[in-house]
Design a protein around this ligand. Sequence first.
Ligand code: GLU
Length: 486
Amino acid sequence: MVKSQVRVRFAPSPTGDLHVGNIRTALFDWAYARHTGGTFLFRIEDTDTTRVTDEYIAAAIDTLRWLGLQWDEGPEVGGEYGPYLQSQRMDIYAHWAAKFIEQKDAYHCYCTPAELEAVREAQRASNQAPGYNGQCRDLTAEQVAAYKAQGRESVVRMRMPDGSTTFVDAIRGEVSFEHKFVPDFVLVRGDGSPLYTLAVAVDDILMKVTHVLRGEDLLSSTPRQIRVYQAMGVALDDYPTFAHLPFVMGQDNAKLSKRNGEVSIAWYREAGFLPEAICNYLALLGWSPGDDRENITMKELTELFTVERVNSSPARFDMKKLEAINGDKIRALSLEEFLKWALPFLLNSKVISGTDAEIALVKSALPIIQERITRLSEVPAMLKFLFVKDFAVESESLSKVTDAASKEVLKRTLADLTPLTEWTHSTVEAVLRASLIEELGLKPRIAFGSVRIAVTGSTVSPPLFESMELLGKAACLERISSALTL
Ligand code: GLU
């Protein structure tokens, strides 16, 4: 087939929140579709109803939207080859399973779990490769009747012929699997539900997928999928091209997992990472446009992305790098965009309730923290001092405003700022520099440190004089006076 019309799919089984590896796959799928002017399909593989829940499906859809990976066909969007939820395609899989049985590519297998375990045990004992031994391949009608009379359930198994399967992986080159290591496999469970291998292969063909870009954990399932294509009568030229993406590793070089890093994209979202930062970082994790840039926009990614430039060795996830990129992306936001991203964090943490006056104050305050944060989740703690009703100095900093030297500083600050009429960051700074640094001869860190704690409640705050301007004269003086009573 001439692959003029590229069709790429992202096909997660949402048994939990999508993780970093899933999203990198989705991003590469999307980028490849956009680069080639092709179609990006989003298919939910939810045939395992015991593990995939409606919440996880909704979350997967929401995550992809949040990341900006817009799909052309899929849930909520529809498309010519739908439905795109496998749970709504069960009759299609049943049709093909029945056809495979009729063609003798597949057969009913009546082996019980105990019998299968006994076979495995014997294989282990004689150092043979584990796998189904073909026991039910050629049952006679009498044998089938006897099994049925015993009330045995049957699964549908695909017959794997002798030989091997070879295909060219666009990232790894030629890959071969000896069938002695690919035993006859189950297509349909005893309860009639299809397994992944059947559903994924049938759908990739029916949805006219041309390229399967996915994680390398699925490499070994490829010969089984190819076997299904053969049974469907698909011509070799119509097989999709496979490209298996290398794993994302944690800092310890083991596959990234909950144990060695944060894997769930929901976690990154809550921790205040921008979708552009995640996409930027993941795009360059295992792929490069041929230079050593660390910043890339989605537009550049779609212009430059090719499968050939995906690295075949595993990539290491580096949180520090992601944070640095996130900081860059936050700094690059316009004030309006920054406000849009920051508001949910302020509202969720109940620092503000969302009144117009609060939002106006947030808007004036955001520029002074934009340079200083690497995660949006830092915004509430940074701006809380402007909104708290029952202001109090945080307990860890108390000792730093109650000592004699700090009291001196605060008394002087109160006295010198009280007459100030024009209250701006530069007038406040000029007064305090003159009195605390020049007259009292204090070091700025010591002098301003005490004022910072008295006014903001913490040793960590946005720039002091800008903070004081935003908070206003009355509140500043009131907080300084009350610090003097501590
Ligand atoms: N649904 C499979 C999974 O989430 C992936 C399917 C595929 O990409 O082939 O593991």
